[in-house]
Design a protein around this ligand. Structure first.
Ligand code: GLU
Length: 472
């Protein structure tokens, strides 16, 4: 059974990087008929917060990655929060200690810092090969009574190569001498990341560890622990970093980094899902718009790239526009609710019919369509087409008013026909149509005048033209 997991630390809102890692885990699991698991790595009590856990799990759900197992939905391999699993780790730490594969280290932080500094000064790798690595458990127990301060370290091998085959990075090899005796627990019942992750992945029967490439350097340590504990080795896949447009690691400097921020900016969950899938992967053909089902169907680890994936906001905008256009008006109205507080559903739908093809994100709506909710302030310079004089604008608007009043009861199609005929007579149609559209919308760019009249109604349109006339 293929089992993948995302193991976020709840120390911030759902980050795009975490969401992309989750997505690759999700797509791979679904493609292989496996299970996608959420495990919350909340052992850092000071920085972890329940509100972030909630944000992460809700964010994944919003994106369409419902978990098969996790702290909220449960499962057979729980609990799914590390803070609820503290008892799980202790026997494994004790096992390593009793087999002399791990040991108590009594160096103070100051001593370790000095050692590191000296090694660096003499241009050596800052590796800690601990003086306590060979003391017996009895000696260690005596020392523990005397000194309060200790950590537990893995007794590393000397002169050993640790190799593994990564699904993305292929054959990787590490030198144990460059790793040294690394720490695995702060206390007998307080494991550190590398230890906890190995125990959890084993117990939860995780078959594939798919995570960011910033974890590559942790993998040899985890492999050594897996071997020492006699665990089953998972398959690893380390995903390329997400880079900003300047090719540096994606950060706040590049703009929004959390899924929430993108949601608030009016990106649809489907477009973010699709966009993130292409951050470091492609379907092997030129398709860019792929539904969730198509992504699951086409996903394969072989097509995950090694090099950094550029987060191209213009592409996301384009893609979001495409997804907006694929929505039904009713769906779009629902999605637009947080951005446009409109009481009448019908009125909102009419406006959205106009704007669906124009917008790239829902957050553009309030600014784009405000004139449907309040009369624009008339501005004679805005009403001016090319080099029309004030008198000419005035006479255009008078004409517009006359025609509109005459055709009050007519269908919008007739009104359009009458206006276009009149505009045609003027040589340059803009002399009539520009003042009309700008008087109605108060904007340089908007939907066409007849579309606006059909939504505002003739009475409101007359009122706006009269306001415009008065401003000249
Ligand atoms: N808690 C780790 C993180 O958020 C998990 C790393 C892993 O997948 O092993 O980066």
């Amino acid at each position: 059974m293929i089992r993948t997991r995302i193991a976020p630390s709840p120390t911030g809102n759902l980050h795009i990087g975490t969401a992309r890692t989750a997505l690759f885990n999700y797509l791979f699991a679904k493609k292989m008929g496996g299970r996608f698991i959420v495990r919350i790595e909340d052992t850092d009590i000071e920085r972890s917060n329940k509100k972030f856990e909630k944000n992460i799990i809700e964010g994944l759900k919003w994106l369409g990655m419902g978990e098969d197992e996790g702290p909220l939905v449960g499962g057979d391999y729980g609990p799914y929060r590390q803070s609820e699993r503290t008892k799980t780790y202790k026997p494994y730490i004790e096992k390593l200690l009793s087999e002399s594969k791990a040991f108590y280290c009594f160096h103070s932080e100051k001593e370790l810092a000095e050692e590191k500094e000296n090694l660096m000064k003499s241009k050596k790798h800052p590796v800690h090969l601990c003086e306590y690595r060979n003391i017996s458990l009895e000696e260690a127990n005596i020392l523990r009574e005397a000194k309060n301060d200790y950590i537990i370290r893995f007794k590393n091998h000397v002169g050993r190569k640790i190799t593994f085959n990564d699904l993305v990075r292929k054959d990787l090899s590490f030198d144990s001498d460059l790793i040294g005796d690394f720490s695995i627990a702060k206390r007998i019942d307080v494991p550190l990341y590398n230890f906890a992750v190995v125990v959890d992945d084993e117990i939860m029967e995780i078959s594939h560890v798919i995570r960011g490439e910033d974890h590559i350097s942790n993998t040899p340590k985890q492999l050594l622990l897996i071997e020492a504990l006699g665990f089953k080795k998972p398959t690893y896949a380390h995903l390329p970093l997400i880079l900003g447009s300047d090719r540096s690691k994606l950060s706040k400097r590049h703009g929004a980094t959390s899924v929430d921020e993108y949601k608030d900016l009016g990106y649809l969950s489907e477009s973010l899902f699709n966009f993130m899938a292409l951050l470091g992967w492609n379907p092997g053909d030129d398709r860019e718009i792929l539904s969730k089902e198509e992504l699951i169907e086409s996903f394969s680890m072989e097509k995950v790239q090694k090099s950094g994936a550029i987060f191209d906001l213009n592409k996301l905008d384009w893609m979001n526009g495409e997804y907006i256009r694929r929505k039904s008006i009713a769906e779009l109205a629902k999605l637009s609710q947080p951005f446009l507080k409109v009481k009448s559903k019908k009125y909102l739908e009419k406006i959205l019919e106009l704007e669906q093809s124009r917008i790239k994100k829902l957050s553009e709506l309030p600014e784009k369509v405000d004139y449907f909710f309040k009369e624009p302030s008339a501005d004679k310079d805005l009403l001016r087409w090319k080099n029309m004089t004030d008198e000419e604008i005035k006479s255009s608007i008078k004409k517009l008013l006359e025609l509109l009043k005459e055709n009050k009861e007519q269908d919008i199609k007739i009104i359009e026909k009458v206006f276009l005929e009149e505009a045609g007579k003027m040589g340059d149609r803009g002399r009539l149509l520009w003042p009309l559209r700008s008087a109605l919308s108060g904007k340089k760019a908007s939907a066409g005048p007849f579309e606006i009249i059909s939504i505002l109604g003739v009475e409101q349109s007359i009122k706006r033209l009269e306001n415009a006339l008065q401003s000249i």
